[in-house]
Design a binder for this molecule. Structure first.
Ligand code: ATP
Length: 265
């Protein structure tokens, strides 16, 4: 469903500041798979996600979605197929619009209906209220509140809902719970699992928590220095715990994981 083939990306190529961020990444993901992506700082996780979304162009290699070669497609063209939630809750919602207006904007994305039309229809307003009620955060009673007044967790749950409101194929979650307190992070993670499961979305989630990388999704990949080091899926995944991931990392790279966040989170 999603294939990344021999992906290479170097930032600032040909300069003293050149950084090889992806060094030959191959990844094939089946429809409905939920892949958690883990790795030390600077491993290339976000670059991989950005290469799939179209924000980062490959120097070499290709990205294929449902058999279409999208390597040369700009982000806007891929946006109809890809939903994305970022680390920063403010990135996915507009502070100066209400909850309802944010949702209506997401519902009208790429379509003919504008914000006013979506909000002008009683049936559409009810549908959006029903959708927001499922988040279990009481936002259905705060549809008229500005998104800027919501808590980080509420805002990130709203971002998640907005990213998945319209039918699409791939959901990209880039450390989307990293800026939240533990309680809100757990709620948003559970919601992510629920929504992706229901819609059978093909999902790529970067996390800094080894624990979460095993507890959520159907497959775990670990990156280091621009490459995929480990790829665990199927029943095999149940046999792994955090110490196993640490061991594998050490065996493959010859060094221990130094990123405390990965180990402790
Ligand atoms: N726009 C950019 N310009 C220059 N270098 C960049 C740019 N974006 C990323 N890099 C570098 O590319 C490498 C991979 O970065 P990337 O953000 O993909 O890593 P990551 O695994 O997501 O790390 P983290 O967990 O710290 O977010 C890093 O060395 C980073 O400094």
């Amino acid at each position: 469903m999603l294939s990344v083939c021999d992906a290479h990306v170097t930032f600032n190529p040909g300069t003293p500041l050149a950084v090889p961020a992806l060094r030959g990444v191959d990844l094939d993901i089946e429809a409905g798979e939920f892949v958690t992506v883990i790795g030390t700082n600077g491993a290339g996780k976000s670059t991989l996600l950005s290469a799939v979304a179209g924000d980062v162009r490959l120097d070499r290699g290709g990205v294929y979605i449902d058999g279409h070669d999208v390597t040369a497609w700009p982000t806007e063209q891929r946006a109809a197929m890809i939903g994305r939630v970022f680390q920063e809750p403010r990135a996915g919602t507009c502070s100066s619009l209400t909850v309802e207006e944010n949702l209506a904007l997401a519902a009208s994305r790429g379509g003919r209906r504008g914000l006013r039309t979506a909000l002008g229809r009683g049936s559409e307003r009810r549908r959006l209220a029903d959708q927001v009620a499922r988040l279990g955060m009481g936002l259905e009673d705060r549809l008229g509140a500005l998104a800027g007044t919501l808590s980080g967790g509420q805002r990130q749950a709203l971002s998640l809902l907005m990213a998945t409101l319209l039918p699409m194929k791939i959901l990209i979650l880039d450390e989307h719970t990293a800026a939240l307190d533990p309680g809100a992070a757990a709620t948003v993670l559970d919601l992510s699992a629920e929504i992706t499961g229901e819609q059978r979305l093909t999902t790529l989630m970067v996390t800094h928590s080894m624990r979460n990388s095993l507890d959520f999704g159907t497959r775990t990949i670990m990156m280091n220095a621009g490459r995929i080091l480990l790829d665990i899926h199927g029943d095999k995944r149940k046999d792994y715990d955090v110490p196993d991931l640490l061991d594998l990392f050490k065996k493959t790279t010859g060094s221990a994981v130094e990123d405390d966040q990965l180990v402790l989170a």
